[in-house]
Design a protein around this ligand. Structure first.
Ligand SMILES: [Mn+2]
Length: 379
């Protein structure tokens, strides 16, 4: 039984100012290209089953280009006759039921099984004379609701193979949180041996959680936290109770985040020299990169030759300079991860408040904080 497990494709995502010749955001196109590579692989390798573990789209209301692209690619998959199960993730799940779910556009595509009704669903398939049951728990509005659905989860004893798919942060291991306000928590005890495979989505780094449980990771780079990762999807082969797993790497536009330049004992011209060396080593053409300056004082930072850096980086898709500034006269950095802390603090503050539309306020507030962060980083 050959299965492909993909997740967090975030179609419709866009970032930075760079546009293509047709005026479309370059990073949006890159995200489509990554998913298209996956579909090309499906057509070439002809697996028995495909599982998408959520966040197919980047948002609740993707733009028309993203919708058209997704439909065209899902039709390409549909034409192979291979079942494609896709569950809703937190990014595409509406906050209000009235909004309606974008996944309803897939309801009538043959061999495509969208799961987005905020409840546990089982999908039985007969493949190569074997019964394979996919147990899917998609994104829910409330954590309590999700926990209720998790309680119902039960392997099908009549099936030859049981696959569980869900989207959320596995508990106990802080690292698997994306720090998103509507993310759901999957308790470690769910990672049961009773399933032949557990396909998870949400955490963007491809990760093995147990011998039978994996995050496939995202198909693209979305933040500089992703920079050290490889991006792709999982290829599984299950036969006679044995699971073989392989990570299939995609060809993505490089995102480079070299080690910070320690500036504490350096003069302005020495720092500029190091920056120039680093940029040259990166070979910025068509790449996305970030230069981090640690322990730099505000007056030295203001003295940097930004025009020179811009000239050297001109062929990049995007670059940013992250300065962890030490205020003149202080020894401790004062700016490092200030924005993260602010979002976190805001979330905690709201949790303690007795408000009706907490989630909406949280979403708006975090949106503003992210905007300011992007503006500051773009300096
Ligand atoms: Mn997610």
């Amino acid at each position: 039984m050959k299965i492909l497990h993909v997740a967090d494709t975030h179609l419709g995502y866009s970032a930075y100012r760079k546009v293509t010749e047709d005026g479309i955001n370059q990073r949006e196109m890159d995200t489509y290209n990554a998913f298209k590579q996956f579909v090309d692989y499906v057509i070439k390798s002809k697996p028995d089953l495909i599982i998408h573990a959520g966040d197919l789209f980047d948002s609740v209301r993707p733009n028309n280009r993203a919708i058209t692209f997704a439909i065209n690619q899902l039709i390409r998959i549909s034409e192979t006759g291979i079942p494609f199960v896709v569950i809703a993730g937190n990014h595409e799940h509406p906050k209000l039921k009235e909004t309606g779910h974008i996944f309803s556009i897939f309801d009538h595509i043959d061999h495509v099984y969208p799961v987005y009704h905020a409840k546990y669903e089982t999908l039985p398939f007969k493949i190569n004379n074997k019964k394979i049951t996919v147990h899917a728990i998609p994104q829910c509005e409330l954590k309590t609701q999700f926990n209720e659905e998790l309680k119902k989860l039960k392997p099908d004893s009549a099936a030859d193979y049981n696959i569980f798919v869900s989207h959320g942060a596995v508990t106990g291991i802080k690292e698997f949180s994306m720090n998103e306000f509507n993310e759901l928590i999957i308790p470690t005890k769910i990672l049961s041996k009773d399933f032949d495979y557990i396909a998870l989505g949400h955490y963007h780094r491809s990760t093995k959680l147990a011998s039978n449980a994996f995050y496939s990771g995202s198909t693209e780079y979305f933040t500089f936290a992703d920079a050290p990762d490889k991006k792709g999807f999982m290829k599984l082969d299950i036969s006679n109770g044995k699971l073989k797993h392989n990570f299939i790497e995609l060809e993505n536009r490089p995102m480079i985040d070299p080690k910070p330049i320690k500036c504490s004992n350096l003069k302005l011209d020495e720092i500029m020299k190091k920056i120039k060396e680093t940029v040259r080593e990166i070979e910025p053409r068509e790449k996305t990169f970030r230069i981090t300056l640690d322990d730099i004082s505000t007056h030295i930072y203001r003295g940097l030759d930004f025009d020179e850096i811009r000239k050297l980086s001109g062929k990049a898709i995007h670059y940013e300079i992250k300065a962890n500034v030490v205020k003149d006269g202080e020894s401790k950095p004062s700016v490092t991860s200030k924005i993260d802390a602010l979002a976190h603090e805001f979330k905690q503050f709201l949790e303690s408040q007795d408000l009706k539309e907490k989630e909406t306020i949280l979403e708006l507030g975090i949106g503003y904080i992210e905007k300011i962060e992007a503006r500051d980083e773009g300096k």
